[in-house]
Design a protein around this ligand. Structure first.
Ligand SMILES: NC(=O)c1ccc[n+]([C@@H]2O[C@H](COP(=O)([O-])OP(=O)(O)OC[C@H]3O[C@@H](n4cnc5c(N)ncnc54)[C@H](OP(=O)(O)O)[C@@H]3O)[C@@H](O)[C@H]2O)c1
Length: 335
């Protein structure tokens, strides 16, 4: 068994990690932390009452180094790099769920803040499993991909060679409210989001440069991405609809089937996808169809799992020599 910890245990992605880790066959949960600690995990998450009882500490890198071989940082950006630097120097494996190690330095500093751990930024591996699996196996630092970028890139990347990348690519994205984390705001207040739906940060959302940068790295293509996220009155789930222009005639579903024939957590669907079928699972469901030169690509994930915690766990599995699928959820919350 390998000892692991979760820093950010009171948050939404932290809870998802805990739920998977307590039944994992290769990881033992030995450390939980938040910014204040001094509480039991079942007090923070009453759904865990009579399931586990563990102390939650005030986050401290010394304790992580003493108790863990691998740690999940389920923290806001900026907080993560504050912890990761020291842990990596002590040879602890780190899976970071924030944006701190996802982007090139210039992109990060333009869209987030000054980077305080440039040294490790270069050696981080982007945790998009289907594209960086071999690199993930050989690194001590994984930057788990963002939720919207995960659903968007898994859907769009197979088509980049067949798309006119000089033409605009429109990405219409919709997310359940848990995508914003546990902190309340006017936007996520019940009376604002119940029976409602709206775009937020259109075009300028921070996930647009992440999507653009990864397409460039994987296909060496500059793309004109117009990314518009929407908030929907659901707790979890993300639905992506992409509209682009084809430069040659293709069979969209064949392209997807061929690209993902060895990837057990991608389901190529024959009809448009929905969030419910992936809710509670690590699956990314993808559908695509064309209309002459126009292509519609459609994907769905659970933002808290495939968009965050189950991806982080699958990466940790690979970093520790376990099967990628160990402890990864596949049964959806349906109905
Ligand atoms: N939600 C999603 O769908 C999603 C998807 C992909 C990636 N992510 C990323 O994953 C990370 C976590 O997201 P989340 O939704 O789980 O956020 P969240 O619900 O707001 O939880 C954040 C956690 O971080 C802890 N924390 C904050 N500052 C800290 C510090 N200085 N020291 C120790 N703990 C600290 C909080 O603890 P306290 O209770 O003590 O404040 C809380 O447990 C974020 O970077 C987010 O962007 C989220």
């Amino acid at each position: 068994m390998i000892n692991v910890g979760v820093v950010g245990a009171s948050g939404y992605t932290g809870l998802e990690l805990i739920k998977m880790l307590i039944i994992h066959n290769g990881f033992r949960l030995t450390y939980l932390a938040t910014s204040s600690g001094d509480i039991k995990i079942e007090e923070l998450h009453p759904s865990l009452e009579d399931v586990i009882s563990l102390d939650v500490q005030k986050a401290d890198t010394k304790d992580v180094i003493e108790r863990c071989e691998l740690v999940f940082l389920a923290l806001p950006h900026k907080a993560s790099m504050g912890f990761a630097k020291e842990l990596l120097e002590a040879n602890i494996k780190v899976v970071d769920l924030s944006a701190d190690y996802r982007l090139d330095l210039d992109t990060y500093e333009k869209h987030y803040t000054t980077h305080t751990d440039k040294e490790h930024l270069d050696s981080s591996v982007y945790g998009l499993l289907e594209y960086y699996r071999e690199d993930i196996k050989n690194t001590n630092l994984v930057a788990s991909a963002g939720c919207y970028p995960t659903a968007t890139l898994l859907a769009l990347l197979p088509f980049i060679p067949y798309i006119d990348t000089d033409a605009p690519i429109f990405i219409d994205a919709k997310s359940g409210v848990s995508g914003a984390g546990k902190k309340l705001s006017d936007t996520t207040h019940f009376v604002n989001i119940n029976d409602n739906m709206f775009a937020y940060n259109p075009i300028n959302h921070r996930h647009a440069p992440e999507i653009r940068e990864k397409i460039k790295k994987i296909h060496n293509k500059d793309t004109s991405i117009t990314f518009v996220p929407h908030l929907i009155p659901a707790s979890r789930g993300e639905l992506i609809s992409i509209y682009a222009t084809l430069k040659e005639d293709i069979e969209p579903l064949e392209i997807l089937r061929e690209r993902y024939k060895n990837d057990m957590f991608i389901r190529v669907r024959e009809t448009p996808v929905n969030i419910k079928a992936t809710s509670g699972t690590h699956f990314c469901d993808i559908f695509a169809m064309k209309n002459d030169k126009a292509i519609f690509i459609n994907s769905a994930i659970d933002n808290l799992l495939r968009g965050a915690s189950s991806t982080a766990l699958a990466c940790a599995n690979l970093m520790c020599g376990y099967s990628e699928s160990e402890g990864i959820p596949t049964i959806a919350y349906v109905p």
